[in-house]
Design a binder for this molecule. Structure first.
Ligand code: EPU
Length: 307
């Protein structure tokens, strides 16, 4: 039976959302299952199955080249296809659950391959059943997406509109949306091949209406988004910037200068130092706003009670 502790099994996709705080004592499996195939289609939808080890962005580009719509807003996200449903990756108004059809996964205990539909994956904001009830029980082997033959464009995210307007495009293709998303990401997010980072280090916190109203009285400009159950999602990057920590540096790691939700390793920082930096940020935000930030990055080995 696998778990993330010593002597255990660790399954890696691209490894782009992980922070190692010490050497991992156990077996590391890197998922390299490849292959992209059309498994079904109807007049509007094409069902495309991709091996879990396919590189996410290469898969997105492949779909765009065929004019299969739905993944363009998720361009340039680091990592693999198999990791995408684990945390229901999302960006610029789209989440994987919007285009997800089903996945196959190897059940470690029984050795059987099980199929999961969208409901069974229990997708939430950066969440799925594979991070919760079924954590460490399955290896995802392939994912099937339901893509559109007549793409419905999602351009409501402000920065996409601005990017398209700046280029004088008013009827964008999915390729142009992908290019806009790539330009936005490159302008704000550090390239992990150049500057070590794991994307957003924290989740955007979801708070009750009561807490939100109190915060809005103190900070009328606070960004906010509707969340399920009458709650409100806040922007962790805004909170961190407001606390004066954007660009903050401690040793050779710090808070990215252009996006405060991303922690960066300028070179030489140990995982433990980055974890300590994240704890400092959590404490600061708690003190200043009374809001608890939750890490989005997977910490290896998993410390369920890290403070
Ligand atoms: N903001 C600041 N200062 C900052 C960063 C953000 O004030 O340093 C403000 C922005 O001005 C905006 C709000 O916070 O009003 C939200 O910022 P942004 O649109 O950049 O998105 P985010 O909430 O910081 C999330 C995802 C990203 C995804 C973007 C775009 C999470 C944890 N992160 O970031 O995903 O690319 O939205 O959709 O939900 C990732 O998961 O690794 C990731 C990069």
């Amino acid at each position: 039976m696998a778990n993330n502790t010593h002597g255990a099994l660790l399954i890696l996709g691209g490894g782009s959302n992980m922070l190692f705080t010490e050497d991992f004592e156990g077996l590391v499996l890197r998922n390299e299952i490849k292959g992209i195939e059309v498994v079904n289609e109807d007049p509007n939808t094409i069902y495309v199955k991709a091996g879990a080890g396919e590189v996410w962005h290469a898969f997105v580009l492949h779909c765009i080249a065929q004019n299969w719509g739905g993944l363009e807003n998720l361009s340039l996200i680091p990592g693999s296809v198999g990791a995408s449903p684990m945390q229901n990756i999302g960006a610029y108004g789209v989440e994987i659950k919007d285009v997800f059809h089903e996945l196959s996964a190897y059940h470690l205990e029984s050795g059987e391959i099980h199929t999961f539909n969208k409901e069974q994956c229990q997708f939430g904001y950066r969440e799925s059943v594979f991070k919760r009830a079924l954590k460490n029980q399955y290896i995802i082997t392939d994912v099937t997406f339901a893509l559109s033959k007549q793409p419905v464009l999602k351009t409501s995210y402000g920065a996409i509109q601005q990017e398209l307007e700046a280029k004088g495009i008013d009827q964008p293709t999915i390729k142009e949306i992908s290019e806009a998303v790539i330009a936005i990401r490159q302008s704000k997010l550090p390239d992990p091949n150049v500057l070590g980072n794991a994307g957003s280090f924290f989740k955007n916190p979801v708070v009750s209406n009561v807490i939100f109203s109190a915060l809005q009285e103190r900070y009328p400009e606070i960004p906010n988004y509707p969340a399920p159950a009458n709650q409100v999602k806040l922007a962790a990057g805004w909170l961190i910037e407001k606390a004066g920590l954007k660009g903050f540096r401690k040793g050779s790691c710090g808070v990215h200068e252009k996006q405060a939700l991303v922690l960066v390793n300028y070179g030489g920082s140990k995982g433990r130092e980055i974890l300590d930096l994240s704890s400092f940020i959590i404490d600061t935000i708690q003190q200043q706003f009374g809001v608890t930030l939750e890490r989005e990055v997977n910490i290896i080995p998993s410390h369920e009670n890290i403070l």
